[in-house]
Design a protein around this ligand. Sequence first.
Ligand SMILES: Nc1ncnc2c1ncn2[C@@H]1O[C@H](COP(=O)(O)OP(=O)(O)OP(=O)(O)O)[C@@H](O)[C@H]1O
Length: 221
Amino acid sequence: MISLQNIEKVYRTDTIQTLALNNISLDVAKGEFLSIMGPSGCGKSTLLNIMGLLDAPSKGSVRIDSQQTNSLGDKQLAAFRNKKLGFIFQSYHLINDLQVLDNVELPLLYRDTTAKQRRELAAQALEKVGLSNRMKHFPTQLSGGQRQRVAIARAIVGRPEIILADEPTGNLDSVMGNEIMDILTGLNQNEGTTIVMVTHDENMARKTHRLVRLFDGSQVQ
Ligand SMILES: Nc1ncnc2c1ncn2[C@@H]1O[C@H](COP(=O)(O)OP(=O)(O)OP(=O)(O)O)[C@@H](O)[C@H]1O
């Protein structure tokens, strides 16, 4: 489903050059739930961003399904990302001025949908994460766990085949963290969604199918 070949990522500033990823090759199978762990600064977010086509590698190639993504232009890349991938971040990345339902509808604005279809799909996604009764709330009126559930609803509203989650439970206590993991596990088991998750939490990683460990930009497990 996702195939990374010999990925290298170098960040350059005026004074310093950082090799954030050093020759990573990794295949993620369709329907797999993979976690990525490693110490701070080892390259986890960089790797996830490259998988999610949010950042380009300095060297190497990213293939998703049969699509070699190197050859895509910015517009094609954005359309491909919107259709195939859903993103979840540690700090939710919700828009606080928009009600929950409007936040969840956002990815559909870039698709050929009517306002009515968008409402229906967003309401369905919110039902899946157990937040049907919070549609008219604003994100600031919700708990951290509820905000992350809204973010999951936004990630799944376009029915992506792949979800990329960067420390989705990082800001949550263990009860709320477990709720989020249960939702992700359910998506993986019931809908066959492929999930790649960065985490610092061994307990969360243990619930996934496979763990990849990074150290200083290299894969060590
Ligand atoms: N935009 C950037 N410009 C320069 N250096 C960067 C940039 N983004 C990341 N880096 C560097 O690349 C390395 C990998 O960063 P990355 O954010 O991928 O690590 P991480 O494992 O996700 O860390 P954390 O667990 O702390 O979030 C770090 O040394 C970081 O300082």
